[in-house]
Design a protein around this ligand. Sequence first.
Ligand code: FES
Length: 187
Amino acid sequence: MANQEALDRQGGHPCLMSRRSFLLTSAAATATYTVMVTMSPGSAAAQQVPAAVATYPRKLIGRLSELRVDEPVDFSYPDEEVYSDSMLVKMGVPAGGGIGPDSDVVAFNYTCTHQGGPMQGTYQGADKALGPCPLHLSTYDLTRHGILISGQAYQSLPQVLLELDGDDIYAVGIFGLIFGRYDNLQA
Ligand code: FES
């Protein structure tokens, strides 16, 4: 019974994170905060060391009224450097992290998490999937936060976090690490 209630809260889908959980989890990706680390009081080196985490840019990437179901729109995020190519798509079905009245608008990085294969042009509207990757055939489910469906990869596809402001769609962060980077904000 409890499990059924949990499923109901997730729209009946066992693998979908609720929108609230998703936003809470991803908040760490967009927040700017300062952590004060205090060393041993008796130590000569006792001091407070501030640690700062940079904020993702807020970038206008499209307009809700201009999106057509299963027709991806390309953009770059969080910068214009290598591996930043991404896609925005309205899938016509609810998706984890989806925005809009139907929760069906999502965005993902195009770079395969296995060995960096380019997946531009591989969106499959029938399956709401990205892939197969041209290198080793990894395919990702875009309704479930980019989880792997099949292939060699073992990490989900990085999902671009979105905000809707009227008709404007903004990219505001990334959930997951872009291939080839140790920090999404350091190309
Ligand atoms: S690089 Fe995509 S499956 Fe290997």
